[in-house]
Each structure stands twice: as C-alpha cells, then as structure tokens.
Ligand binder design. Structure first.
Ligand SMILES: *[C@@H]1O[C@H](CO)[C@@H](O)[C@H](O)[C@H]1NC(C)=O
Ligand SMILES: *[C@@H]1O[C@H](CO)[C@@H](O)[C@H](O)[C@H]1NC(C)=O
Ligand SMILES: *[C@@H]1O[C@H](CO)[C@@H](O)[C@H](O)[C@H]1NC(C)=O
Ligand SMILES: *[C@@H]1O[C@H](CO)[C@@H](O)[C@H](O)[C@H]1NC(C)=O
Ligand SMILES: *[C@@H]1O[C@H](CO)[C@@H](O)[C@H](O)[C@H]1NC(C)=O
Ligand SMILES: *[C@@H]1O[C@H](CO)[C@@H](O)[C@H](O)[C@H]1NC(C)=O
Ligand SMILES: *[C@@H]1O[C@H](CO)[C@@H](O)[C@H](O)[C@H]1NC(C)=O
Ligand SMILES: *[C@@H]1O[C@H](CO)[C@@H](O)[C@H](O)[C@H]1NC(C)=O
Ligand SMILES: *[C@@H]1O[C@H](CO)[C@@H](O)[C@H](O)[C@H]1NC(C)=O
Ligand SMILES: *[C@@H]1O[C@H](CO)[C@@H](O)[C@H](O)[C@H]1NC(C)=O
Ligand SMILES: *[C@@H]1O[C@H](CO)[C@@H](O)[C@H](O)[C@H]1NC(C)=O
Ligand SMILES: CC(=O)N[C@H]1CO[C@H](CO)[C@@H](O)[C@@H]1O
Length: 639
C-alpha cells in the first residue's frame, strides 16, 4: 500500500532528470560568495577537538541562556527601528504608533515582542510558508506599500519552523538570511529547484555539479564517515544530507555547515534579524508511538534541549556528539564538534519524510545508483529508520531523579509534527520568552483535501491543560474543536485566539492563526508530491503571500490595521493604553469569541477566491487521495 502511493509521487517527479553535465562559472562563484559558516571540522564527520578553556556544560531550563538574554538586548534596538518602519506604512486608524513606540522605548519590556511560527507539511508547507515570509519581508519588492505587511519579519524576535517549515527556516538562515525572492530566482542546479525530486538529486548544470550517481555517492560517503567515526546513523542522516542539496546554496550540498554557526555570523550577533528555532519531538523510552506527552525539543542557534519537565535542560549545540555525563564532559573525554550538521538538524525535524528514500527502487534511476543506496541501507540499523539518533545522549544522567531519559545512552528524536502539534509554538509560549503575538502560518493537511482545520492548535491547547505535567505551566489560549473551525470558517481566513488576556490561565501570547487557503492557486498540494516545476512553486508562494496579506488587503481593507492591533494588544495592556477604535472593530471581526459549533461539517472544499493561475494543484488531488489515505492515517494527518 505504502509503495503504491509513493510510486505515484515518484512518477510525477521524473521528467527532466539526469541532464547532461555542464558548468556555469557564474553560478559557481555565486555559491562561494554569500555563505555563512562552513565551520565543521571534517565535513559530516563529528570530530574530537580540544575543549575550550571553560568546558561545555548542560544547563537548567529554568531561565533563558545568557547568550539569548544578551542577544535579545542587541536585537531590541533593531526590532524597534523595524517596527517603526512597519508602522510607517501600516496605519492603525489615526493612532500614532511611532510616537507610542518612542514613548515606551526606554522600557523595552513594554514594547511588542513578535514570534512567527511556520508549520510542517512537506513542500506545501515550505512554499506556503515562504509566501508568508515573503509578504512579511521588507526587502520584497512592493511589500512595504499600502495593504502589504513587509517589515513584520524584520520586527520579529523569533522565527520557528518545524518539518517542512524547518526546510524553509534552514534555507533562509543557512543562506545568510537570504530573501524568498532570491531563493526563487536561483538557476538550475542550485537551491529550491524542485523540478528534480530529492530522489534524483540536483540538476548537473549548476553549483552542485553532480549526476545522480555522484549525488548518491556523496550521500553515502558522508554518512559512512560518521559511522566509521563510531557514531550511530540512521536513514535520517541520509535524508538530511539529501535535503541540504535542495536547501543550502553551497557546493557539496553544504556539507560543512553547522546549525550552531548561525550564532557566529556577524549579522546574527549584531541582532540584524530574528532568532531561528527548529522544533523536533522526542520518542519516549520504550514507546513507538509519539503521543501528546512526548518531549518537544528546540534547536536554537546556541543550544539543543527542552523546557519540558522530562529533561528541563539545554546542551551546547556546537558540542553535541560529546559524551556528557550529568551535564559535564568528564575530564577523560574529549569535546566533539561537527555533529550539528545543518542538514541533520532539518532532517531531524522532518524524519517523517525520510521514508521517501526507500522508494528509490521504484524510480527509473540507473541501477548503479540503486546499488549505492542499497549498500548504505545495508549498514543502517533498520529499527532506527524512522528516528534521528542523538547518540551519545547529551542528557545522560542529567536530572537523574526526574528524567525518563537519564538512563538512556541514545536519544531518539523524530519529526516535530508527530505529536500533532504541527505548528512550532512550544518555544514561543515559554513564559521566559514573553512573546506577545504569534503569527501561526498553518499549512497542515488535516482535512480530506489537505487543508488545515486547527488540529495543530488543538494539540497545543490540550497539552497546555496538563499544566502540572508535560505542560509545565505554559498557558495557551482556549481553542475550539476542529468541527467548530470548519463550521465557523475559522480556517478560511485569519483568526485571533486569546484576545482577552484576562480569560487565560497564565501569561500567553495572542495567536494570529493564518490557515492555508486558496486565493489565486489551489495550494492544497499533496504531502506526497515531491516534485514541482518553478511555475507551480511560484504560484503557491504567491498564494501564500495572498493568504498572509488577505490578497493585499483586497479581501478586507482593514486587514493590515488589524495585524497592527494584534501586534500592539499586549503592549497596550502593559502600558494601560486605551484601545484605538479601529482595534475594537478588528477584534470584533477577527477574535474567536468563544462560540462553538461541534456538529459534523460537510467536506471542506473551498474554491479559489481569485482567478486561478494553475490547475495542477487541484487536479492531482483526486488521483492521489485514495492511496494516500491507505498509506497511513497518521502520516496523512501529520505531514
Ligand atoms: C550576508 O548578507 C549581508 C546583508 O545582505 C551582507 O552584508 C554580507 O556581506 C553577507 N555575508 C556573506 C558572507 O555573504
Ligand atoms: C554563549 O555564552 C557563553 C557564556 O557567556 C560564551 O562563552 C559563548 O561564547 C557564547 N556562545 C556563542 C556562540 O556566542
Ligand atoms: C510593484 O508595483 C508597481 C506599481 O504598482 C508595479 O508596476 C510593479 O509591477 C510591482 N512589482 C512587483 C514585483 O510586484
Ligand atoms: C505518555 O502517556 C501515555 C498514555 O497516554 C503513558 O502510557 C506514558 O507513560 C506517558 N509517558 C510519559 C513519559 O509520561
Ligand atoms: C532495492 O532493490 C534491490 C535489488 O532488487 C534490493 O536488493 C534492495 O533490497 C531493494 N531496496 C529496498 C529498500 O527495497
Ligand atoms: C480535522 O483534521 C483531523 C486530522 O488532523 C481529522 O481527523 C478530522 O476529521 C478533521 N475534522 C474536520 C472537521 O475537518
Ligand atoms: C499529564 O502529564 C503527565 C506527565 O507527562 C502524564 O503522566 C499524564 O498522563 C498527563 N495527564 C493527562 C491528562 O494527559
Ligand atoms: C498582491 O501583491 C503581489 C506582490 O506585489 C502581486 O504579485 C499579486 O498579484 C497581488 N495580488 C492581488 C490579489 O492583488
Ligand atoms: C474598517 O474599520 C472601520 C472602523 O474602524 C469601519 O468603519 C470600516 O467600515 C472598516 N472597513 C472595512 C473595509 O471593513
Ligand atoms: C460570536 O461569533 C459568532 C460567529 O462566529 C457570531 O455569530 C456571534 O454573534 C458572535 N457573538 C458575539 C457575542 O459577538
Ligand atoms: C474563556 O475561557 C473559558 C475557560 O477556559 C473558555 O471556555 C472560553 O472558550 C474562553 N473564551 C475565549 C473567547 O477564548
Ligand atoms: C512552571 C513550572 O511548573 N515549572 C516547572 C517545569 O519543570 C521543572 C522541572 O521539573 C520544574 O523545576 C519547574 O518548576
């Protein structure tokens, strides 16, 4: 059954494979120019290095790291100035936002604190999320004109991604905080060329300079290097390497790029852009199903760890792979660097998709390619195929009294959406982070036709209710059931949750829920479609732009003002500022008011609001649907 569904997607993926090799010097030099930091000591192989004078340690999650705290101070000035630019073109009635921000600039905790959350959902999530990020980016042409939202990205403190959303975050951050527009205009063989599926590898004309055989040889060599150095590997290692060729604009698939290097790039240190966060889940010891009480991990630029009570600690990301015992590296052990390959991080967040690799046999790729792949597979522990192996476990013997992971030498980490929390909200609702508003871009495939229906929010809400357990004191706005989402149309347009902070169980952000919805394109492409022409990709990105801007405010002339009100709402409360009347109107229009209608709705089949640009998206659905459903209910809902 599984194979049948995937054959369909592979068949869609093959046209245009294996073009003749050729080098375009232009593209090659582009690759060498705009890079962040290829600072892994030995490519993909984690390597012993001498420890820094103060040896790396695991720290308690009781507060933010000193790195984050001091970075936030630097960031504040930059995000304040960006917010003033933003409110230069986004009017909130006749309220003078710039004066308001100036007036409160001396007490920065009164200023708005913005987070952006980019859901999972494979390439659909990457593309729809990219449309929203493009809309929020002041560098996008025309995005700072009236009716648009450019500058929201520059005003934000955090950008979180999960699974397909982590591919997007990785594409932007590992490529020097590049723009979506420039990712879209890369030439053949460079990044974001989804015409070639990930199974074939990049086109041979561009910077990657590879045919499929060399591509698989590269994947194999990298993963074998890690194995030979004594590290446990799984299908996720190959998957992460493969993703890197599609997402990271560097020769050799960006093999030397570490996630921790983001913290060492000058623009990040200077607070010039928001902090990236990638979310993954933990599989509990001895369990195969990832449930709502699974541990939620975050990768931030400095650390890997969790606020959850199951571990309640953070390990230095740069030194993952070192043998920590009770939070320290014993004096007889060396420090290890290079484990936190950027591809492995986004591969970890998206382990659900690594199963695609197993379908290589069904493609028309040459048998030499299949042989190489089979030989890698033969060396992997099949039991570990669906996880990323974090071995050694950095939290070994850490919090022995309370951690179910303390006795584990290996940590099993899986796709961030497997606990149904397909929006990466967890890092953004930690009280220590004081986020005021989250723009939650939901590209989940919840309904029969791959549209979201609020499932991700419901999961986070339900988890928060267990406040003495796994929720650990995190509050979250009340969220109605999915039938209500569909019956009230809460998934057809942006909806605000938690507007009334006095109705919350603790401090929690206002959530601006922005569901994928058809404007100019049926953007509900199947999670199992691996290949997209540039036109299809660009159509979905544009649709995502329209989702975020409500068709450049043509659907509601007050939309950008309402976004402004959502940003300012918690800040207004802290400063005792009376809500401008336009915000009263906005909250009446966009806040969920507690109404519930849980009757079973009809199938949710929205049609595009604007004239349709591409017919592919809708057309493939009926053919894929029956097989997709058969594959696995869990995959279908989660991915
Ligand atoms: C990264 O981007 C910034 C801003 O566009 C630019 O000033 C810098 O030179 C770039 N860094 C690299 C290494 O290309
Ligand atoms: C994080 O903070 C620690 C302690 O202040 C410092 O030693 C370390 O260099 C910082 N890490 C980075 C990547 O800046
Ligand atoms: C930007 O706006 C101008 C004026 O409306 C228009 O002519 C131009 O095509 C727009 N550019 C893009 C990339 O949308
Ligand atoms: C998670 O919940 C399941 C039941 O829902 C329970 O059996 C299991 O012990 C829980 N795991 C942890 C680590 O709390
Ligand atoms: C692919 O095909 C080869 C040769 O038929 C076989 O040895 C191998 O096990 C297959 N691999 C998978 C993942 O099915
Ligand atoms: C909402 O999505 C879930 C899967 O995430 C599905 O089980 C449920 O049937 C959907 N409900 C509606 C009303 O769409
Ligand atoms: C609350 O969390 C604890 C610890 O994870 C778990 O044992 C318990 O089953 C959870 N309770 C509910 C109602 O989910
Ligand atoms: C919205 O703006 C974008 C970019 O400026 C433009 O390409 C698109 O056609 C506009 N869409 C609508 C519905 O106005
Ligand atoms: C925008 O809000 C104002 C109230 O502040 C209202 O009078 C006006 O009708 C709204 N405009 C639209 C297009 O809804
Ligand atoms: C709450 O919202 C529903 C529609 O979602 C609307 O029918 C109802 O009138 C609203 N109630 C109040 C008190 O505004
Ligand atoms: C207010 O809180 C109650 C209790 O948690 C909840 O049932 C209700 O839905 C909340 N109302 C809104 C509008 O969030
Ligand atoms: C608010 C809250 O309950 N925080 C707890 C989270 O978990 C850690 C570790 O178990 C506790 O120390 C905190 O008190």
């Amino acid at each position: 059954m599984k194979a049948a569904a995937l054959i369909t997607c592979v068949a869609l993926a093959l046209p245009g494979a294996l073009a003749a090799p050729g080098i375009d010097p232009d593209k090659f030099s582009l690759a060498l120019a705009s890079r962040a930091l290829p600072n892994a000591p030995d490519g993909y192989t984690p390597t012993n290095v001498s420890c820094p004078a103060s040896r790396p340690t695991v720290r308690s999650a009781a507060e933010l790291s000193s790195n984050e705290t001091s970075w936030l101070e630097t960031r504040r000035n930059k995000s304040l100035s960006a917010m003033k630019d933003f409110f230069g073109h986004v009017q909130v009635g006749d309220f003078d936002v710039t004066s308001y921000l100036d007036q409160h600039a001396s007490n920065s905790s009164n200023l708005p604190n913005i987070g952006i959350s980019l859901s999972g959902g494979g390439y659909r999530a990457l593309m729809n999320g990219a449309g929203a990020l493009k809309a929020f980016d002041s560098r996008t042409t025309n995005a700072t004109t009236s009716g648009h939202l450019g500058g929201l990205l520059q005003s934000a403190t955090y950008v979180a991604g999960l699974s397909g959303g982590s591919w997007l975050v990785g594409s932007v951050y590992i490529n020097n905080f590049t723009t979506i527009s420039s990712l879209q205009t890369q030439k053949a063989g460079a990044v974001w060329q989804f015409g070639n599926s990930i199974l074939e590898g990049p086109d041979t004309g561009g910077i990657q300079l590879l045919d499929s055989t060399s591509y698989y040889k590269d994947l194999a060599t990298a993963v074998e290097g890690k194995q030979d150095a004594g590290f446990d590997t799984s299908l996720t290692d190959i998957w992460g390497r493969a993703l890197s060729y599609q997402m990271f604009n560097a020769s050799g698939g960006g093999i030397d790029y570490t996630w921790s290097s983001i913290a060492k790039t000058q623009d990040f240190i200077n607070g010039n852009y928001p902090m990236p966060l990638v979310v993954a889940d933990g599989r509990n010891p001895g369990e195969l199903v990832v449930g709502s009480n699974s541990t939620v991990y975050e990768f931030n630029p400095w650390e890997f760890g969790t606020f959850d009570p199951t571990i309640f600690g953070f390990a230095p990301l740069e030194f993952l792979g070192s043998k920590f015992v009770n939070g320290v590296i014993p004096s007889n052990e060396s420090c290890v660097r290079g484990f936190d390959s950027a591809g492995f991080v986004i591969g970890t967040s998206s382990t659900l998709f690594n199963q695609f690799l197993l379908q290589l046999n069904t493609t028309s790729l040459p048998s030499a390619v299949k042989d190489i792949f089979s030989s890698i597979l033969g060396k992997l522990d099949k039991a570990d195929n669906d996880i990323a192996s974090y071995d050694p476990n950095p939290f070994y013997h850490y919090n022995n009294h309370s951690s179910p992971y303390a006795s584990q030498t290996e940590l099993d980490v899986v796709d961030g959406g497997e606990d149904l929390q397909n929006l990466p909200l967890h890092p953004l609702i930690q009280p220590e982070r004081h986020v005021d508003v989250i723009f939650a871009i939901d590209s989940s495939a919840d309904t029969t036709y791959n549209w979201p229906n609020g499932t991700a929010l419901v999961a986070t809400y339900e988890r928060s209710l267990n406040s003495t357990g796994i929720g650990n004191g995190t509050a979250f706005p009340s969220i109605p059931d999915q039938n209500t989402f569909v019956n009230l149309g809460l998934n057809t347009r942006p909806t605000f949750f938690g507007c009334d902070s006095s109705n919350l169980t603790g401090p929690a952000p206002l959530v601006v829920y922005v569901p994928n919805y058809p404007y100019s394109t049926l953007s509900n492409v199947s999670t199992f479609t691996l290949s997209y022409s540039d036109t299809e990709r660009d159509d979905i990105i544009l649709n995502g732009y329209e989702v975020a801007t409500m068709a450049n405010s043509t659907r509601d002339g007050n939309w950008t003002a309402c976004v402004g009100c959502a940003i300012l709402s918690r800040s207004f409360e802290r400063t005792g500022t009376t809500l401008p009347s336009i915000c009263t109107q906005c909250f009446s229009d966009y806040c969920w008011n507690g109404t519930v209608n849980s009757t079973t709705p009809n199938a949710f089949e929205p049609t595009p609001m604007l004239s349709v640009r591409s017919s592919r998206a809708g057309a493939i659905m009926p053919t894929l649907l029956p097989t997709v459903v058969a594959v696995s209910a869990a995959l279908f809902a989660l991915a």
